[in-house]
Design a protein around this ligand. Structure first.
Ligand code: 5GP
Ligand code: ZN
Length: 139
């Protein structure tokens, strides 16, 4: 994809601080870190959404995500690691090339997720939504 910023990073026409690279996957430092040490892991093949990406590609990406997370623990002393992945602009996706955020966490990092639960009115509301999801499940 010629107009994709992450394809340009893969091609080397835009510089990046690389962490790991193989034939299928690239890991590099996020230019706008939520917490210092924040990394991105991407497939070298261009897919936009998680929902579009083949299982074998995802398997390679998630294996590198785990390696980076372990390296953030071992190399940076991270106390924890958050994995974040957005699909679609409504979900906050800005770059249309599948990417997984790997965010090292430290007790004093000052980052807080805006995670505000919105309880269901009653159990039947959750059950009805669950039924719609189950009915739409593909193999
Ligand atoms: P999204 O919001 O799409 O999930 O995240 C896109 C991420 O890509 C952001 O965290 C942003 O900082 C990062 N990013 C955008 N442009 C560049 C770039 O040119 N280089 C690097 N290293 N990261 C980028
Ligand atoms: Zn791309």
């Amino acid at each position: 994809m010629t107009d994709c910023i992450f394809c340009k990073i893969i091609a080397g026409t835009i510089p990046s601080t690389k962490l790991y690279e193989d034939d299928d996957v690239l890991a590099f430092m996020d230019i706008g870190p939520l917490v210092h040490g924040h990394a991105l892991v991407i497939p070298k093949a261009h897919y936009n959404l998680l929902m579009d990406t083949p299982d074998d590609v995802l398997a390679k990406v998630i294996a590198v995500v785990r390696r980076i997370a372990r390296a953030q623990q071992a190399g940076l002393g991270a106390d924890g690691v958050n994995i974040h992945q957005a699909n679609g602009s409504t979900a906050g996706q800005v770059v249309g090339h599948l990417h997984v955020h790997v965010v090292p966490r430290f007790a004093d990092d000052g980052h807080h997720w805006n995670w505000t639960p919105r309880p269901y009115a009653d159990a039947s509301e959750a059950a009805a939504l669950a039924e719609r999801i189950r009915a739409a499940l593909l193999p």
